[in-house]
Design a protein around this ligand. Structure first.
Ligand SMILES: *Cc1c(COP(=O)(O)O)cnc(C)c1O
Length: 380
């Protein structure tokens, strides 16, 4: 099955009792048993729910994974992955990381004795020298947020597996429509389903997918034991969102490219960050490992002040000033004060995230409207 067909059919079958084409929202906490432990595969809804199962099978299909577990949020999915580690274990992670992931690593898991190295993963030599005997996990996020650097998944995954560590890719920014980490050699892929998979800015959710059965067994143990599970209504909404994933992402990427053209030629714009640009430092890697270059765009202004950036962001009418990404509506945001507010300024600047950087998440509106909105906001 090819991707667009999978987005509709992967793991889906009509509901058994009625033939309903979409899985019902199984709003239940428990399931009747015929005799103790004699049931139809479900005993308690923290452990499993048929609506959730339908979503998990779908995401496993899209990510070419043998199985998937869904969570109440993206960070809950990351939390479950990190809890498979033990004190003394070491994680190699990118330094250009989603702010919430960074906070979870530094403020929750570091105090429990997990050790982290935050490195520039676009530099393969840095990856090699960061690996230690105790390295158990290599955490890849690509394209990165918000600077849209691209990490070579195949190369980093190879270094990781040679060292006996698991490689995990946070695939939220690309979505499986544009990038399938397991096919590139990564062990695990995870999502904030809040973003492209859900696609409509109406739920919070997460997912972990892998074909490493030993690892997924540990994840299912986390699902059952820590219990950060999504409700059936949210699972239904993500599943519904996924049915148009390919259409939405395709249009969003087209819009991103047109917006990039405007920004590149605009006299008030200093620098545009987009993996599709030939001038992008890892353009060749993006071209190799992604099906297209994504719908996230960042840029800085020649007037490199936080005041000017604030002015632009407050002046857009179609772009909504908000955190998050991957929905049908275009969003504009200021990483330094919003998504990355919890990262200390020195750390941010060292990673290249300046005070005036503006990030766009392109939605599926008409490109002409988006362009004229951005133009008037920049010129105001
Ligand atoms: C949003 C996001 C997360 C966290 O997901 P939530 O659903 O908000 O908990 C993790 N990684 C990336 C790249 C994200 O964009």
């Amino acid at each position: 099955m090819k991707f667009n067909t999978k987005a509709i059919h992967a793991g889906q079958e009509p509901e058994k009792t009625s033939g309903a084409v979409m899985p019902p929202i199984f709003q239940t906490s428990t399931y009747a048993q015929k005799a103790p432990n004699v049931h139809q595969g479900y005993d308690y809804a923290r452990v499993g729910n048929p609506t959730r199962t339908a979503l998990e099978k779908m995401i496993a299909g899209l990510e070419e994974a043998d199985s998937c577990s869904c969570f109440a949020s993206g960070v809950a999915a990351i939390d479950a992955i990190l809890k498979t580690l033990r004190p003394g274990d070491h994680v190699v992670s990118t330094n250009d990381l989603y702010g919430g992931t960074y906070r979870l690593f530094r403020q929750v898991f570091e105090p429990y004795g997990i050790e982290f190295s935050f490195i520039d993963m676009t530099d393969i030599d840095e990856v090699k020298s960061a690996i230690k005997d105790s390295t158990k996990l290599v955490w890849i996020e690509t394209p990165t947020n918000p600077l849209l650097r691209v990490i070579d998944i195949a190369k980093v995954a190879k270094i990781s597996s040679d060292a006996g560590a698991l490689s995990v890719v946070d695939n939220t920014f690309a979505s499986p429509y544009l990038q399938q980490p397991l096919l590139l050699g990564a062990d695990v892929t995870m999502h904030s389903t809040t973003k492209y998979l859900g696609g409509h800015s109406d739920i919070i959710g997460g997912a972990v997918a892998s074909s490493n059965e030993e690892f997924m067994e540990k994840i299912r143990f986390q699902v059952k034991t820590s219990g950060a599970v999504p409700g059936p209504m949210d699972c239904y909404l993500v599943l519904r969102g996924i049915k148009t994933l390919h259409l939405r992402v395709q249009r969003s990427v087209e819009n991103a490219k047109q917006v990039v053209d405007l920004l590149e030629s605009h006299p008030k714009v200093e620098k545009v960050y987009y993996p599709g640009l030939k001038s992008h430092a890892q353009h060749h890697i993006a071209a190799k490992q992604m099906n297209d270059f994504g719908a996230m765009v960042s840029f800085t202004l020649k007037d490199d002040t936080i005041e000017k950036a604030n002015e632009v962001m407050s002046n857009t009418e179609i772009f909504t000033l908000a955190e998050s990404l991957g929905g049908v509506e275009s969003l504009i945001s200021h990483p330094a004060s919003m998504t990355h507010g919890s990262i200390p300024r020195e750390v941010r600047l060292k990673a290249g995230l300046t005070d005036s950087l503006i990030r766009l998440s392109l939605g599926v509106e008409d490109a002409e409207d988006l362009i004229s909105d951005l133009k008037q906001a920049i010129e105001s």
